[in-house]
Design a protein around this ligand. Structure first.
Ligand code: BGC
Length: 793
């Protein structure tokens, strides 16, 4: 087996190198005496004119070392994530690719102190909030806004979208990704990429693959079965690659089944290039571990952020023949092809004036459309005659618009807090209360104390914290991670007497490098919710909780205290307006959960195996939950959730009717239609989900899986819309590892049309008379350990 795999791999490598060399030689012979120039001469001619060190210089760090040297300042690295590409090899017309981070917005450097004409970017709601809209047109519009800002701010490539699966709610980067479901993830990412790239700039899918945790992120080895990989962790990337052809893919830091992903030729060459026909560029994640020679041999084309060690390793590799120069040339083809596509190369002159007003409006609409109404007892929302609001919780006055780390937006224009939003919408919050909270926030900022979450020896060491004060890079964390303000019962009573309703905001930020996605409610917060609830309810007034949280959160031990709960996520810069729009009823909530909300963190299928062994610094992370990620687990094993995947309330009601299948016997595909009618009193949109329950004749399967979704337009009361779905062969198939094939079992398939994964409204059956081998794939990506995974009920 190993020999066979080696043989196959060798053929792929030799074939690539051979075809590469022959056309390279041919073109070299045709070359003229003139110095070639990128954009005017062929890429081959340009590469032929490069010296080996120049080649390495472009591959490692996209030229920043060459620039640094040209600046005669060898020690100083030129930051790569800045705007404007820079000439790397002027005589050949090669410039750097101007990159910037995402995915909540164009994350360019913040305004320098005192800058007058600084240009801002828009902070959109985070990807999981966008996914909760289940609205692909909206995702594409956001992609277009990114494209417009990139283009007009002189960037070529965005390091987004992030699209790792939400395997475990504790992962601090979940807000940067979409969902626990690969279909929703892949479709959302493809929509964003298509929108973004329609502006002639590029997107980067990241982090490929299995970067589902942050603990020991540069080194852990994710051990995943071939089936779980194909069906879950790779599937979203596969959809996005095939449906949007991103300019770049960023490999992850971690290892997967024994290899660093950036050093795995099976992953890049055999899977993505050979099976998925990908023609873009592979870049590594920034400053990861591993070996530069192995990376280039495996198919990584750009080693980012790049360092001198990698530069020297490649130089050494050429000398001792562990790498052939033709492999550098291969990298450069992808690299220069990307540069050729860049707007600068095409002579575009950026205006530095993207349509920020339109983007702010879009950010507001997107935030409102992604918010999920979790609870609404006795129609507490929308607010009716309640005009005076007692707004509790520091985060109500200091919105958390996005998470921390590279997925934040340092260049955002403003953040509209819930308080700002309520005021702008005509509500009144007692002035004394606003002042009390503003003072509290100012105190937090002034004192600048290390927030409790970071105040332990490990965090202190990791963040270089000495003494009691937080370092400057904690600017965006300080208020979010500091303690909640204590509100005495007396103070609560005082504000109750002046108002009609209580709104409590609870906030959680999260971010890169940390497993802080699911930090439980604190005693102070719980006290606040409990006391506000008792006092307001005793006065016959309602209590609304607004969750400004990064991702899935614990709700069970406090939710009974609230009449209504609005999950606002990290909603971007306009978040406060969007919350007010929903509380007021100007927008009818239509978001539904892209993730299951567990009853307890202990119920999560990866609870025991996350983040690996040993837990404080895991070397191996065994994905024992197999294909049973999220609702695939809860619904198959009858584990109750607080709120299930696909759940979300509306101010109106919808009736589902007329489920029709184009056939009851499957041949090639089946068309499904269903009619949705707004049966309530206000206009609203409805997300409709199509699940398929497949016969588990030969291998175990989840009770059902999402195979399609659609959202209605804004339906007026009484109005109907017919939605259409298509079920193709792939939707029927499961991955049989033993046969390296996607196979659909013969038997009866149940189509389930649901308002959520548990609220199935209509069902119909079709039959597949014979097994179908839908796709035979390469025999690759074996786990390097024997894995005991969950295999069905
Ligand atoms: C992150 C990437 C990011 C890169 C550049 C890395 O630490 O994992 O998502 O694009 O830094 O900022």
């Amino acid at each position: 087996m190993i020999l066979r795999r080696f043989f196959h791999l060798t053929i792929v490598l030799v074939a690539t190198v051979f075809s590469f060399q022959s056309c390279f030689e041919k073109e070299q012979n045709q070359q003229s005496d003139k110095t070639p120039e990128l954009g005017k001469s062929s890429i081959r001619e340009v590469i032929a004119a490069m010296k080996p060190e120049e080649k390495i210089g472009v591959i490692v760090g996209d030229g920043k070392f060459i620039i640094a040297r040209a600046n005669a300042d060898k020690n100083k690295e030129v930051p790569i994530a800045n705007r404007n590409s820079k000439p790397v090899i002027p005589r050949l017309g090669i410039k750097t690719t101007a990159l910037t981070d995402g995915p909540s917005g164009i994350n360019k450097p913040p305004a320098p102190e005192g800058a007058k004409d600084y240009t801002y970017t828009t902070a959109f709601p985070t990807p999981n909030c966008v996914a909760a809209s289940w609205n692909l047109e909206l995702a594409e519009e956001i992609g277009k806004a990114y494209g417009n800002e990139l283009l007009e701010y002189d960037y070529d490539l965005a390091l987004m979208p992030g699209m790792n699966l939400h395997r475990d709610p504790r992962c601090g980067r979940n807000f940067e990704y979409y969902s626990e479901d690969p279909l929703l993830t892949g479709k959302m990412a493809a929509a964003v990429v298509n929108g973004l790239q329609s502006y002639g700039v590029g997107a980067t899918l990241k982090h490929f693959v299995a970067n589902n945790q942050e603990t020991n992120r540069r080194n852990y080895n994710a051990v995943i079965s071939r089936r779980a990989l194909r069906e879950q962790y790779l599937r979203g990337f596969e959809i996005a690659v095939k449906e949007s052809n991103p300019w770049a893919i960023m490999t992850s830091y971690n290892r997967m089944n024994g290899f660093y992903t950036a050093e795995n030729p099976e992953l890049m060459r055999e899977l993505v290039r050979d099976e998925w026909n990908y023609t873009g560029l592979f870049m590594t994640d920034f400053d990861g571990y591993g070996d530069a020679v192995a990376k280039v041999r495996a198919g990584s084309n750009m080693l980012m952020g790049g360092n001198m060690q990698e530069f020297n390793e490649l130089k050494e590799g050429l000398k001792n023949k562990t790498i052939d120069e033709s492999m550098l040339d291969e990298c450069l083809v992808y690299n220069l092809e990307m540069k050729l596509k860049s707007p600068g190369m095409k002579g575009y002159k950026p205006s530095f004036k993207p349509d920020l007003d339109a983007h702010a409006q879009l950010a507001r609409e997107a935030a409102a459309e992604g918010m999920v109404l979790l609870k609404n007892e006795d129609n507490a929302l929308p607010l009716k005659n309640e005009k005076k609001i007692a707004l509790f919780g520091k985060i109500g006055y200091h919105l958390i618009p996005f998470g921390t780390g590279s997925g934040g937006v340092r260049s955002y224009y403003h953040r509209v807090s819930v308080n700002d939003g309520l005021n702008a919408a005509g509500f009144e919050v007692p002035e004394a209360m606003q002042q009390e909270y503003r003072d509290y926030i100012q105190k937090i900022i002034r004192e600048n104390l290390v927030p409790p979450y970071f105040d332990n020896p490990k965090m202190r060491k990791d963040n270089g914290i000495k003494g009691n004060h937080a370092p400057p890079h904690f600017r965006n964390r300080l208020v979010a991670f500091s303690r909640e303000k204590v509100m005495t019962r007396q103070a609560i009573k005082k504000y109750e007497a002046q108002t009609d309703v209580a709104v409590i905001t609870l906030g959680r930020s999260a971010g890169e490098n940390y497993e802080n996605g699911y930090l439980p409610i604190t005693e102070r917060e719980l006290d606040l919710v409990r006391n506000v609830s008792e006092i307001f309810h005793a006065a016959g007034k309602k209590v609304i909780v607004v969750l400004n949280v990064a991702s899935v959160w614990g709700t069970v031990n406090w939710r009974d205290y609230a009449d209504a709960i609005l999950l606002a996520w990290l909603p971007g810069q306009e978040g406060g307006h969007a919350v007010a729009d929903i509380l007021k009823g100007a927008v009818n909530p239509s978001g539904k959960l892209p993730d299951s909300f567990p009853m307890r963190i202990e119920d999560v299928p990866s609870y025991k195996s996350f983040p690996g062994i040993p837990p404080e610094n895991p070397y191996n992370s065994f994905y024992e939950d197999g294909i049973y990620v999220g609702y695939r687990y809860y619904n198959t094993f009858d584990v109750p959730t607080a709120y299930e995947f696909g759940y979300g309330l509306s101010y109106t009601t919808f009736e589902y009717a007329d489920l029709k299948l184009s056939a009851t016997k499957f041949t090639d595909k089946i068309e499904v239609t269903v009619t949705v009618k707004n049966t309530g009193n206000v206009a609203g949109k409805e997300v409709v989900q199509l699940y398929l329950a497949a016969p588990a004749t030969n291998i175990h399967k989840p009770v059902h899986e999402l195979k399609g979704f659609a959202k209605t337009k804004l339906l007026q009361p009484g109005e109907s819309e017919q939605l259409a779905f298509e079920i193709d062969k792939h939707a029927l198939a499961s991955f049989w590892s033993g046969k390296s094939a996607w196979i659909a079992d013969k038997g009866d398939y149940e189509v389930q049309i649901g308002a959520s994964s548990k609220d199935i409204r209509l069902k119909a059956i079709f039959n597949l008379p014979e097994d179908i081998v839908v796709e035979k794939v390469n025999d690759i990506l074996y786990p390097n350990f024997n894995l005991k995974e969950l295999t069905g009920k």
